[in-house]
Design a protein around this ligand. Structure first.
Ligand SMILES: Nc1ncnc2c1ncn2[C@@H]1O[C@H](COP(=O)(O)OP(=O)(O)OP(=O)(O)O)[C@@H](O)[C@H]1O
Ligand SMILES: [Mg+2]
Length: 255
């Protein structure tokens, strides 16, 4: 997928194995700036591993990932010498939201969002608080600033986790099944935030099983199967006329 727009993410022939098990078997794709890309595929096909390689939580075995101005590549087993600097750069470019909300349990919602900009970016406490309050207002949590994560619903926790990731001003947001552990009645409030960020032009990559969201909001769908990117296309094409039998089989299970 590449039109005249600038690609904010470019992945080239990415491979990642765990021991002898190949989780990602050579995957390439690009994500234009401001696009929302949804990754779908059966359990174990490599979706989480792919996202984790994008933000350096897993180190790729070979291939190349470029996000914004940061490139991480590995040829013949060798990383560039400034690997640590590049990993730091990558993590600055990327905000990540996980299925389990991963908030700091001993900190209030406000503190959760304030912490990283102060600790990592060296932002002043006062400035970080202004940013945090604005982001928490955006995700509808202005009346929960002093609550602890355990006092929040799953949907509220996930919205706080999104605000926390946004506080680092990432170029890209990655989400790994952000609504999978939510009560069905709370799913929409989280999808709504991603929809709003999309309207504002945030570049987002979302692993999800929310097919309606994917169909209605995604600019592009990637279908993975056994470590391969099997089919990609706009939702209208991929959902109504999948070309690959593996895509058809997978989608059938959602009908
Ligand atoms: N840390 C690890 N050590 C060993 N194997 C791993 C590790 N992480 C993932 N794998 C393996 O890599 C493959 C891909 O796993 P991954 O978690 O990326 O799949 P997934 O598509 O996210 O699945 P799900 O939909 O269930 O979350 C699986 O076979 C898994 O067992
Ligand atoms: Mg996963």
């Amino acid at each position: 997928m590449s039109s005249g727009q600038v690609d904010l993410i470019r992945v080239e022939d990415l491979r990642k194995a765990f021991g002898s098990a190949e989780a990602i078997k050579g995957v390439s794709f690009a994500v234009p700036e401001s696009a929302l890309v949804v990754i779908i595929g059966p359990s174990g096909c490599g979706k989480s591993t792919l996202l984790r390689c994008l933000n350096g939580l897993e180190l790729l075995d070979s291939g190349r990932v470029r996000i914004g101005g940061v490139t991480l590549e590995r040829h013949d087993g060798q990383f560039p010498r400034d690997l640590k600097t590049r990993l730091r750069g990558l993590r600055r470019e990327v905000g990540m939201v996980f299925q389990s909300f991963n908030l700091f349990p001993h900190m209030t919602v406000l503190e959760n969002v304030v912490k990283a900009p102060v600790a990592v970016k060296g932002m002043s406490r006062a400035q970080a608080e202004v940013v945090a309050r604005a982001l928490l207002a955006k995700v509808g949590l202005s009346d929960r600033l002093d609550y602890y994560p355990s006092q929040l619903s799953g949907g509220q926790q996930q919205r706080a986790a999104i605000a926390r990731a946004l506080a680092m001003s990432p170029e890209v947001m990655l989400y790994d099944e952000p609504t999978s552990s939510l009560d069905p009645t709370l799913v929409n409030e989280v999808l709504q935030i991603m929809r709003q960020l999309h309207d504002e032009g945030m570049t987002q990559v979302v692993v999800t099983h929310e097919m309606r969201f994917a169909r209605d909001v995604a600019d592009h769908i990637l279908f993975m199967h056994e470590g391969l990117l099997v089919e990609a296309g706009p939702p209208a094409a991929l959902f109504t006329a999948p070309r690959d039998p593996r895509t058809r089989d997978f989608l059938k299970s959602f009908l």
